[in-house]
Design a protein. Structure first.
Length: 189
């Protein structure tokens, strides 16, 4: 029964459009700028660095808290834990508070990895996404290459089956949410 509640809590927390709410407190709307997604990147563009930072931290925390609770405190593993680790990102990407539209889920994916592994995998992810985005200037490709880097790291440093399931499920979501960047890159060539 605890698993059901943790899964529901993870999804509902993930679905809270905190980036939108924080940016609206500053009198702006993140959906009016950039790619019109309600995420931390557009909160930064709409409201400035402090609003963007607050949105990013909140989007990370809303995933880290339920995932960390389930994994670190309750000791869940297996399919339930994989579903709980994916739930905040699904909630963020398809928020019922925003008519099932949402952000690209990068911050919530990072939060889920903080909940699972504390710091090592999130640091690998942050280093990867930063490096690849600087080099490629394409978020879709940066995401794919970062996911590959995370898989390699997990294989050598933390080869737990749960982590590969979580990464695989997150990869499907992230590639889907970044499909337009991936397609537009191909069309430009």
């Amino acid at each position: 029964m605890t698993e059901y509640w943790l899964l529901l809590t993870a999804f509902l927390l993930g679905s809270l459009p905190l980036s939108v709410w924080v940016t609206q407190l500053a009198g702006k709307d993140p959906r009016a700028v950039g790619d019109h997604n309600p995420g931390a990147t557009n909160a930064l563009k709409a409201g400035g660095k402090w609003v963007g930072l607050a949105a990013l931290m909140l989007d990370i925390a809303k995933a880290a808290a339920p995932v960390g609770l389930a994994y670190q405190i309750f000791g869940l593993s297996g399919p339930w834990m994989a579903a709980i680790a994916l739930a905040p990102s699904l909630g963020h990407a398809y928020s019922p508070f925003l008519r099932f539209k949402g952000g690209k889920a990068l911050a919530s994916v990072l939060g889920a990895w903080i909940g699972l592994t504390l710091w090592d995998v999130p640091l690998v992810a942050l280093a990867g996404i930063s490096l690849w985005f600087i080099l490629l200037k394409n978020s879709g490709r940066a995401v794919v290459l970062t996911l590959i880097g995370m898989a390699i790291y997990l294989y050598f440093a933390r080869p737990e089956p749960l982590f590969f399931w979580v990464l695989g499920l997150q990869a499907i979501l992230l590639v889907w949410k970044h499909r337009f960047e991936l397609i537009s890159e191909k069309m430009e060539k």
